[in-house]
Design a protein around this ligand. Structure first.
Ligand code: SF4
Length: 331
């Protein structure tokens, strides 16, 4: 898988398989814009990884390569050569090599591209959370624990939920990453509790689109806590999702990547998942391969200019790389 092929696969974002057992256990996403999708598959090839949603109607088809133990090929058009060959990677919890958990599958906010507020799922108890993490570690090869959460009642409540877990999580002796809605003073508490990296999502690159699609959130509050987090955790240890596909221009995304990089924050440029549950609520358009590659090139240059190294991330999405083009890991 080259960077170009990964960008092509991400631009489609979904695949069908000839046999569901090939990708078991399939994983239903319970966090963020793709929550509620019917499961996903991770494909590893040539040191790169991509995550594709499972969708019977997707134009990408995953087939076993006859005569091999576990090699697969991904086809775009019947009768043509495969787009890529590789292996299906098992997930430990949500993604490979990490126990990545969503604590609360509910959210009091209503970002217009996200199905979590509509699905109103389950909030895990501490015991449930620790059991999932232990089960993930029993599968071996766990490099990190990453925690995210919707907002069941208050952002402060989610911070407390994470802090209560931390004494147990630290015993696992791997880096812990936390991505929750920012709370003033929360970064200091997370740092003291032993968290390694944090992610507070700015979501929309264009301030006008942010006001429209994330009308319950405060861009200022996110930026203030990102700045505080860099002071505490250090440059390159703080992350922020920037969604591509909400109607913004490439220039606005590049400006946002640079604004974040100037603070010491690494962007995760995330192709929008056109969630069927929200299709009438805001503009959503999966970015093309060309757009993803253009934004990737811009992010690489900005990362170099500000001496940020996404490839050194120890937790969360810049370690996983399944959903985004990650400078230093994808090229
Ligand atoms: S990149 Fe992030 S959201 Fe995507 S599969 Fe990996 S951990 Fe999950």
């Amino acid at each position: 898988m080259t960077a170009e092929i990964k960008a092509f696969l991400l631009s489609i974002g979904a695949a069908d398989t000839e046999d569901e057992k090939m990708v078991l256990p399939t994983l239903k996403s319970t966090a963020g814009p793709s929550a509620g999708s019917s499961g996903s598959v991770f494909i590893a090839s040539n040191g790169r990884r991509v995550r594709l949603n499972l969708d019977k109607n997707a134009p990408l088809k995953i087939r076993k390569i006859p005569g091999t133990a576990d090699e697969i090929a991904v086809f775009f058009q019947a009768g043509s050569d495969p787009v890529v060959t590789g292996k299906i990677e098992p997930a430990l919890a949500h993604c490979p090599e990490q126990a990545y958990l969503n604590l609360s599958e509910k959210c009091i906010f209503d970002c217009k591209y996200c199905s979590v507020p509509i699905l109103r799922g389950h909030t895990k108890t501490k015991e449930e959370t620790l059991k999932i993490i232990k089960d993930a570690f029993s599968k071996g090869n766990a490099k990190a624990i990453s925690i995210t959460s919707g907002v069941e009642k208050t952002p402060e409540g989610e911070l407390e939920r994470v802090l209560e877990l931390m004494p147990e999580l630290k015993k696992m002796n791997v880096p812990v990453g936390v991505s929750i809605y920012p709370v003033s003073g929360g970064s200091e508490k997370l740092k003291k509790a032993g968290v390694s990296e944090v992610k507070y999502n700015i979501e929309a690159a264009d301030p006008e689109i942010f006001k429209r699609v994330c009308s319950d959130l405060s861009e200022t509050a996110v930026f203030d806590e990102l700045e505080e987090a860099v002071r505490l955790f250090g440059r390159g240890k703080v992350f922020s999702n920037v969604i591509a596909g909400l109607g913004e221009t490439d220039e606005s995304i590049e400006r946002m990547i640079e604004k974040l990089a100037d603070l010491g924050v690494i962007s995760c440029v995330r192709p929008i998942y056109e969630n069927a549950l929200r299709k009438n609520d805001c503009f959503m358009e999966r970015p093309s391969k060309e757009r993803l590659l253009k934004l990737f090139e811009a992010q690489k240059k900005i990362s170099q200019k500000y001496d940020l190294c996404p490839e050194k991330s120890e937790t969360m999405c810049s370690l996983c790389t399944g959903c985004d083009m990650v400078p230093g890991r994808d090229g």
